[in-house]
Write a protein that binds this ligand. Sequence first.
Ligand SMILES: Cc1ncc(C[n+]2csc(CCOP(=O)(O)OP(=O)(O)O)c2C)c(N)n1
Ligand SMILES: [Mg+2]
Length: 344
Amino acid sequence: MTDYTLETEDDRLEALRRMLTIREFDTKAGHYFADGEIPGFVHLYIGEEAVGVGTCAALDPDDYIASTHRGHGHCIAKGLDPDLMMAELFGKADGYCNGKGGSMHIADIDSGMLGANGIVGAGPPLATGAALSISHQDRDQVALAFLGDGATAQGQVHEAINQASTWDLPAIFLIENNQYGEATPVEKQHNVDQLSDTAQAYDIPGVTVDGMDITAVYEAVQEGRKRAANGDGPTLIEAETYRYHGHYEGDEQNYRTDEELQQWKDRDAIDAFKARLIDRDELSEAEFEEMQAEVEETIADAIEFAHDAELPHPQEAYDDMFSDTVPEIEKFANRARTDGGDSR
Ligand SMILES: Cc1ncc(C[n+]2csc(CCOP(=O)(O)OP(=O)(O)O)c2C)c(N)n1
Ligand SMILES: [Mg+2]
């Protein structure tokens, strides 16, 4: 559910709170990953908060989003519960996917969150599919896909945008241009100056906005949503942003300089939005400190919840894989060992 906009003071404070929640969630996720408590990989969203929150604030609660491998921020912006997210990262049975998905597969259809995705570029086809169902059923919703600058060069992304634009589907494609796909800078991945230039190939609007400015992101997505909901088809939005951490936790980051990182931190989206709210007399330093303390408590509670939760039982390893039971899976389920070992 996305039950906030940027239109009222309360909404703007809620948006700031979500940005802080994302930063705190991912800071702690990084710590617990380094400690070896979180299995798999984590890709942190720190630095990119204005994009996820500005986008979700412009969507309606019933709208869909399709996310990426860097999806924690999208989940929090869309209103998912940090307790269930953190439990999922820890691989616990109380997590969104019963602990079987982890960081890269958090999904909650009831919240309109179609899933984080380990396959780079796999979000846009999901959004196009959701937009097709919306259009067939004449529902008042839109579907938005987040994708990275790297993903923008993936083949299925082209197919998805082409299909959505040809059929005027209620979709939005939002490129999070964080300047790198793994270690490769954006200018070495693409032949266009701006990634939004590729919109010309589909004859749809393409805009580039400052992804460190939550209002700029919000306004672009609002415009895209209006167009999509009117039956005029998709919009391609590029938000220029930056990830403060490495591609993954443990990345040596020898492909960029400390100066470059600092230049982006000097334009930090949370600092900028906080300053704007203070300027407007909607927030004081003391209120900000209070909000930050509440956010820290929310995430501390989420970690406690995740710690206390049970691991999924090995005999349930093959449950929840398919919506209907698949007989081929049953024979493996019967062979699952309860000590977690391999039964071959
Ligand atoms: C289809 C596919 N190709 C390659 C990978 C390996 N991979 C994981 S993340 C990543 C970089 C993606 O870059 P970008 O889309 O810019 O997202 P960012 O990590 O910068 O948020 C790659 C190549 C993958 N997971 N899936
Ligand atoms: Mg990138």
